[in-house]
Ligand binder design. Sequence first.
Ligand code: SAH
Ligand code: ZN
Ligand code: ZN
Ligand code: ZN
Ligand code: ZN
Length: 436
Amino acid sequence: LALLGPAPGAPCCPHGPALLFVKTSQGKEEGRRFYACSACRDRKDCNFFQWEDEKVSEARLAAREEYNRSQQPCFTHRQNVDRYKNFVLLPLSKRRFCQECQQLLLPAEWKKHSDHQFLCDITTAQLKNPSQLLYPLENKKTNAQYLFTDRSCQFLLNLLIDLGFRRVLSVGTPRLHEMIQSKASQEDFNVRGLLLDIDFRYSQFYTEDEFCHYNMFNHHFFGGEAARETCRKFLCEENGERVIMVADPPFGGLVEALASSFKKLMAMWSETEKEGHDNREMPMFWIFPYFFESRILDFFPSFSMMDYQVDYDNHALYKHGKTGRRQSPVRIFTNLTPSMIVLPEEEGYRFCSVCQRYVSSGNQHCEICNSCTSKDGRRWKHCVLCKKCVKPSWFHCNNCKCCTLQQHSCEKTDSGCFVCGKAGHKRSACPSLSRS
Ligand code: SAH
Ligand code: ZN
Ligand code: ZN
Ligand code: ZN
Ligand code: ZN
């Protein structure tokens, strides 16, 4: 399956314009092209499908539009903002949150939710930390909502501040946004944030200037031109307030679709103010697993991968690796100068003066590669035959003529692996994905 990208005039599903795909076999495009939902990789979440050359009747188009409308949230963002204003005026004893509907309730609505589970006495602190009030949407294929640990979130925010940024465009990073927003209400904190996320539940807690309902796979603003304008305005660096984009997309997502949207957001920034930027790119942190490094660099050659291990509260596999615990494979990709990204020495990161960047404690500088080559935090070993460093658990297979896992099968497949792009295995058997 290959993505042909966002196509002009593409039909819409409830998640905005669909993306154009084509079935591929042995690297060649084969068969009919079709449109499918940009956001949901699971047909159960959105079953939109249309052949590119399919004639769709007026009646079906009308039915589709009707369906798309029916799938929109029951309150608009504006309505949610008004509801919030009323909610905070309520005494604590009347502040309820319906856990089933994931909604703040006004007293007149209690009856309708009487057989739902709800939380009482919602405090101002809880309202300022919606990511803890809302349950994470963990369904792997669509939302994959994995929330930063406090350690990672604090680190990111401090890093941004130390780098001099005063505006943060959070794309799928609600917890970072919430940390910024709750600090912004304290004095002496002059960072502003805008959250772009497909999770509309957040519209209950943020105004239209703080949150836009957005799909990062097709660059679709559900709030239309007004929301797009909010984003554009935010990217204008008035008063010299520098802006950075921080994105933490679902890992199952299509890298090319994400890259295309991020480029459009960057273009929005470039168009805001001509003279200041010269040919610079909008600063960005793209948080993604290290085994997507080559894919990300394909789209953003100016990016480099930092060794910092980002970890998550609700993801057992992606916990920070101290003694005995698993290492997180999630990293920061950035177009900022690597030497400026200072990683915490108390967690074992140190500065490599040859590579001019901070590296993890296990990452040894290889004299032959002349670089700190470990991607996963463990010490890698140099293979003279492959002429590069490989994972400590790999060995050189003379059949495959490359280093790989001991227990691999030497059968070759023609098409490259989806994850690492190398031939010889399928995605499911990708050595990059195995964390032994
Ligand atoms: N670590 C981040 C959350 C990352 S999880 C944090 O703690 O702030 C991925 C995020 O992307 C979720 O917030 C999810 O709602 C959002 N998301 C998933 N699919 C999306 C899409 N198609 N468009 C925009 N946001 C999306
Ligand atoms: Zn309810
Ligand atoms: Zn080496
Ligand atoms: Zn080798
Ligand atoms: Zn692979």
